[in-house]
Design a protein around this ligand. Structure first.
Ligand code: GLU
Length: 304
């Protein structure tokens, strides 16, 4: 399979839709990124690496951080985590409060904001320095020591993230946060603000394609079953309220973020990360989703 040729064809074909879609501006700092950017990187579990476009340009990973915080929380809490967070698609927007009221403060899954706040609380309750621990975990997985928070993005969300703040306090009122909500929010906003490139994110997520073992270091990050659990959750809950359409079109587990990144995984083969800031109506990168769809169509490789 000539992955580089496929990526180049995709890069040419997505040019027509670059600049379409809406850049997330509800976090004002994110609105500063030019909408015409596009990068894509594929890394195999055997150490091959392919990339096109702005694959080395860092961007705000936003909700893709939820993959790494979930992984850490699974390491720290094991199955106890599932007493506090569900494993079903939400069918509502990622920042909805309504469902949480109906379901007594148990978020539907770890990839909606409420679920990620509970996951962050699990980490914070065990490790005082949750911010740095998550960043260092991602640095180690990505094999890059200078991956860091974008403090202006974190501050921007701290100023404007009233809905997330409401959600954290709401969770606390149901007894589903152990820590102080403001501390949980501070850690959560920082995790979302981490900046990485497609190539770095793909490298960091490669353990999910390799049965839980980071291929470069040989370190076991999670058990083989836990890697399966995370990938299953990505497939069913990873791309907002368009998860069915994404699975239909792309056929790979994936997690998107409002910064325009999508990290996808093909178990036992590769990670595939794409970035383009213009978002479709569901908040997934418009050109990024198209690029992944083209990839699985052209290569004939998907989980199905
Ligand atoms: N920090 C963003 C928020 O909580 C993340 C959203 C996302 O990427 O889904 O609103």
């Amino acid at each position: 399979m000539n992955y580089q040729t496929i990526l180049q064809e995709i890069h040419a074909e997505v040019q027509a839709c670059l600049g379409e879609g809406r850049i997330a501006d509800y976090i004002p700092e994110l609105a500063k990124v030019p909408g015409s950017r596009f990068g894509m990187a594929l890394q195999t579990v055997n150490g091959e690496s392919y990339a096109v476009g702005d694959a080395d340009q860092r961007f705000s990973i936003q909700s893709i951080s939820k993959v790494f915080t979930l992984t850490l929380a699974m390491q720290l809490a094991g199955d106890d985590l599932w007493r506090r967070v569900g494993r079903e698609p939400s069918g509502t927007p990622f920042n909805s409060l309504v469902q949480l009221e109906h379901e007594h403060g148990i978020p539907r899954n770890p990839f909606i904001n409420a679920g990620a706040l509970v996951v962050t609380d699990v980490i914070l309750a065990k490790l005082a320095d949750a911010k740095q621990t998550v960043r260092d975990f991602i640095r180690a997985l990505g094999g890059t020591t200078d991956i860091d928070f974008d403090l202006s993005v974190a501050a921007s969300e701290q100023l404007t993230g009233h809905r997330n703040k409401a959600m954290a306090h709401f969770l606390k009122s149901f007894g589903n946060l152990d820590c102080d909500p403001d501390g949980v929010l501070d850690a959560y906003f920082h995790h979302c603000s981490i900046e990485m490139s497609c190539r770095e994110l793909g490298a960091a997520g490669l353990f999910l394609a390799n049965d839980g073992v980071a291929p470069v270091s040989g370190d076991r990050i999670v058990s083989s079953s836990q890697a399966k659990y995370v990938n299953s959750l990505l497939l069913t809950c990873g791309t907002y309220d368009a998860v069915g359409d994404f699975a239909y079109r792309v056929g790979l587990p994936g997690k998107s973020g409002v910064g325009g990144g999508i990290l996808a995984v093909m178990p036992r083969k590769f990670s595939l990360c794409v970035w383009s800031p213009g978002l479709n109506e569901h908040g997934n990168s418009l050109a990024g989703t198209r690029a992944l769809e083209l990839f699985t169509s052209k290569s004939g490789i998907s989980v199905f």
